[in-house]
Design a protein around this ligand. Sequence first.
Ligand code: ARG
Length: 454
Amino acid sequence: MWGGRFAGSSAEAFDRLNVSLPVDRRLWPEDVAASRVHAAMLGAQGIIDEADAASIEEGLVRVASELESGEFVFAPGDEDIHTAVERRLTELVGDAGRRLHTARSRNDQVITDTLIYLRTRAREQVGMLRGLAGALLAQASEHIDSLVPGYTHSQRAQPVRLAHHLLAYVWMLDRDRGRLAAAEAATEECPLGSGALAGVGFPVDRQRVARELGFDRPAPNSMDAVGSRDALVDYLHFAAQLGVHLSRLGSEIVMWAGDEHGFLELDDAYSSGSSMLPQKKNPDAAELARAKAARLTADLSGLLGVLAALPLAYNKDLQEDKTYLFDAVDSVELLLPAMAGTVATARFRPERMAEAAGGGAVVAIDLADHLVREGWPFRRAHEAVGSLVRDCLDRGASLAEARPEELERAGLAGMRLPELTAEASVEAKTAQGGTSRGAVEEQLRAAQNAVAAW
Ligand code: ARG
């Protein structure tokens, strides 16, 4: 492809490092599509003969069908997908194929292909996000009245509605959806027509090429266009943050499915057994979701590392961008359907959760709030309830079972305790964003609307 400049052939050790075909071959549909649009434009603008443009078009259709069916034979010299497509095209249509690369460089070609790919995957992934959000919403509507302990520092802190807990993840996904939209918006400018870095000296129609390839407009600066990977970084930011969210969800599912909590049972379809221990039912999907955050955050930091301090415009370093991008795309597309299924088929155990949500002193703050409503300063109420909690817990009783002498020691002599149940506790949190039935129902509607607007 660039043999004219070279007297010697390349070393095998160099070729093995330099080749990107194993990674970028998946870009063939985008590469062929962009070449077809480019060639038609060259013909229409009189940059190449219409007859040559027609032969290129015919040849590219054939190349695409060979790639599609798997008949396409890659040659040892095919350095990347762009080289392979052009090489085969030229075998098929001769000299016309040699005119395809007029007014184009692989530098504007590769980022054009990549942006088209990214846009397609981003659109597809909205549906996958919606699948998981839908599963969480369905479980939330089922479990408005199921109570579960809410934890801080892994200690039972206050009871909440299970719906409230699950909806927290829907709001995380809603923000992830915003980041995905930002990544898609970063693919709006078409790099093709930027050439190697300085633009091209032919009367190309960049508007037409941009429009026909689904972009909003041509990129305004050729050097920025071939050297920028911002859209990929935006996508990787989305994927890393989503990975962290799914990791937290996975971690809670693992814990909740475990024997010590027993808050839920996973469906057989999303669990696996142990090769040795017959009784085991392992939450593998959730564990893998927990672990994948590592590679998704690594993908983001990997690409940022490649880009930092890179001089304008194209550098071969940029070829490394796709390993990170594709790894993240693949991981997201593995994770989202599996997590949607895991959540959708999980069977929660409201009795187990209620048992954990009601006992002990998880409603201590409700007693303190009661005293505040009676006119106590909050700090004094906190101290009094704290000492009552200590007495009760010392003998294994719940707050509701406090004895008169314990109340007296806490400075609460003669006090008529309010209803100290988990139900009363969640129901008291009527402020927007809290756990009362009304507040959760309102939140559920808002979350359903948010997801419907994705
Ligand atoms: N395979 C290359 C990549 O992925 C294509 C661009 C090569 N450009 C170049 N000037 N060598 O980045």
